[in-house]
Design a protein around this ligand. Structure first.
Ligand SMILES: Nc1ncnc2c1ncn2[C@@H]1O[C@H](COP(=O)(O)OP(=O)(O)OP(=O)(O)O)[C@@H](O)[C@H]1O
Length: 609
């Protein structure tokens, strides 16, 4: 029954519908007919039933039992002997109503899956089989593959269905399940056959494929997760190069950065997933997070065994007679070399730290696998995402940033760093640097206002969160270059950083492309221009490897800076895409509104920093 409040509510809605239609109804009787129809209690009840059904549709209720009709009959019989009290009479009348009886019949049909397509008559010889339950399944043959893999059961020699791909023909039919034993295909017995011999049998059938199956014992279905799970792959996967994949044809290849929808995590080793936005919705196998982590852990840490190059005592760096200023040219605020030089000066320390890492804490670092992501709809009023450029010192982060700024100064901007050093004659406050006294700089450090800071030549230099805010508030895309360990300071929904890792090419390409490049040092440095040495190249490659291993899960894009023009074109195109895209995929943690959600996303797939 409708509650009074609900009934009043519905009447209110219908009355307002009526008053809206009054002016559009010419004939009085039409109006009265409509009024009586809308005010009809039965209609209101129908609304209520519809809502209840909707509610149950969301919960996908499972039938409690399959024989509700006969149970109701038994109950009605019992009631006859219970004396004709009012309640008994009412229940008896209810159970005897044809509508109620039909309802229970429908319930039973659903519970027994009686709605599935009628099978052709069971061939006589089937009845001779020893097995007590045999199923004949006929599927119409289309161009679409069956979407199932088969294997031979080692203990029994039987051919069994190993996997059913979500969304494939077999899955959609609902008639073939994992663990089902295949006895025959199109009347041909599969006894003593190998899985690969079965494919030609399937290929031979014309319009229909008929299977004789011994169904697997019923297993608990994986609870369907209403919330879809999307992940971004953090590694490339090519099934053709994976000898352990159970079935190459049933696998999904992907590239690092691709967004995948995970449709099944039932198997600990092989998940099922499909590419997002792919019209072909069939799922395929991908290595599970656990499997990929295990594989990476078993790999020999290359750096650990790589013989480090010993520089011959007489080897001198190649010198070039090119003026550094002619190469770097433009002088743009925020491209203060001295700040990045802080890292350059610590080149040796970083390399040493890397070596320590490779021998020491290797086991404790999670390899990048997948990160849970969610759709982010960018509103026109939203600020642009912060672009973070990272890479080993000398790889060309500044060069790429400089080119971006020149290419579109209205779109891109950089932060103005803070320093405690004296302002020089040609410099302006707030343009080249924010010049602040030491005590103020230290206060900012204590207030955690710096994303990154350091000292060089006895002066502090730092990039503050406030400067990033200021640049973003101007409506520009703020380009920030920091050490990857500092990404976590801006890895929030507020900044929505898009992280680009600038990676060096192989050493041969470095030698060719950097032939004329010079490694720039601070103007305060005694030796302001350095030429790239062979050791610099090696360290750059080692550092890049270390960064990728430790922080790779935070990188949205990897740009290999071999030929500078190619690298710049790729970076610009990528940032343009991000600038214009209305829908983007961002880590699920950023959009978690409730602690429960946050817990889910973190426990599901570790989004570690
Ligand atoms: N692809 C390239 N080909 C040739 N030269 C390059 C290339 N990329 C960068 N360079 C040059 O290499 C030198 C170092 O580049 P850059 O200053 O951009 O490195 P960086 O990553 O910013 O390093 P740091 O953080 O130490 O300043 C510069 O002279 C630059 O012009």
């Amino acid at each position: 029954m409708l509650s009074r409040a609900e009934h009043r509510g519905l009447c209110g809605i219908f009355s307002s519908v009526m008053s809206g239609t009054e002016s559009h109804t010419d004939r009085e009787e039409d109006y009265r007919f409509l009024h009586s129809m809308l005010m009809e209690k039965k209609l209101h009840m129908l609304f209520k039933i519809h809502e209840r059904l909707k509610h149950f549709e969301n919960r996908s209720p499972a039938p409690v039992q399959e024989e509700a009709s006969s149970l109701a009959l038994d109950l009605a019989e019992e009631l006859i002997y219970q004396g004709w009290r009012n309640e008994v009479k009412q229940l008896f009348a209810l159970l005897s109503k044809p509508h109620f009886k039909s309802l229970l019949c429908v319930h039973d049909a659903v519970a027994q899956r009686d709605f599935e397509p009628a099978l052709p008559p069971i061939p006589d010889d089937v009845l001779d089989d020893e097995e007590d339950s045999v199923k004949i399944v006929s599927l119409v043959k289309t161009k679409e593959p069956l979407g199932a893999t088969i294997k031979r059961d080692e203990s029994t020699g039987a051919i069994v269905v190993a996997r059913i791909m979500k969304g494939g023909a077999a899955d959609k039919s609902g008639l073939i399940h994992e663990g089902d034993e295949l006895k025959e295909v199109n009347g041909v017995s599969l006894q003593h056959r190998k899985p690969k011999e079965i494919l030609p049998l399937l290929a031979r059938s014309k319009s229909e494929v008929k299977f004789k199956i011994i169904p697997a014992l019923c297993t608990e279905e994986e609870p369907t997760d209403k919330e879809k799970l999307f992940v971004r792959a953090l590694f490339d996967y090519d099934p053709s190069e994976d000898p352990t994949i159970p079935c190459k044809d049933a696998a999904v290849a992907f590239k690092r950065g691709d967004v995948l929808q995970i449709v099944s995590t039932e198997d600990d080793t092989w998940w099922q997933a499909c590419h997002v936005g792919d019209s072909n919705s069939r799922a395929g196998l991908i290595p599970s997070q656990q499997l990929h982590e295990r594989r990476v852990a078993l790999q020999r840490p290359q750096a650990l065994f790589k013989p480090r190059r010993v520089k011959p005592p007489d080897e001198q760096p190649v010198t070039e007679d090119v003026d550094y200023r002619a190469i770097t040219g433009i002088h743009v605020a925020g491209l203060r070399r001295s700040f990045r030089l802080g890292r350059k000066a610590s080149w040796a320390t970083e390399a040493a730290r890397f070596r320590r890492w490779s021998t020491g804490v290797h086991g404790s670092i999670c390899p990048p696998t997948y990160i849970e992501v969610m759709r982010y709809h960018r509103e026109p009023k939203d600020r642009h995402r912060l672009v973070v450029l990272v890479g080993p010192s000398g790889v060309g982060v500044n060069e790429l940033k400089r080119r971006l700024l020149i290419s579109n100064p209205d779109r891109y901007g950089v932060t103005v760093p803070y320093t405690t050093r004296e302002k020089r004659r040609q410099e302006s406050e707030g343009v080249d640097y924010h010049f602040v006294p030491v005590h103020m700089f230290e206060e900012l450090i204590l207030d955690h206002r710096f994303i990154e800071y350091g000292s060089h030549g006895g002066h502090y230099y730092g990039t503050s969160l406030d400067s990033v805010h200021r640049m973003m508030a101007e409506g520009k895309v703020c380009l920030l270059d920091v050490h990857p360990s500092k990404i976590k300071r801006v890895y929030t929904s507020e900044f929505k950083p898009y992280v680009v890792f600038v990676k060096p090419p192989c050493i041969e390409e470095l030698r060719v492309t950097r032939r004329r490049a010079k490694f720039v040092c601070d103007e305060e440095d005694a030796n302001p221009v350095r030429i790239f040495s062979e050791e610099n190249f090696e360290d750059m490659i080692d550092m890049a490897e270390s960064m990728e291993t430790q922080y790779g899960h935070l990188f949205d894009r990897v740009i290999v800076n071999g030929d500078i023009a190619t690298a710049f074109r790729a970076l610009r195109a990528d940032l343009e895409r991000i600038y214009e895209a209305e829908i983007q995929w961002v880590p699920a943690d950023w959009t978690c509104s409730s602690p429960a959600n946050a817990r889910r996303s973190c426990s599901h797939l570790a989004g570690w920093i």
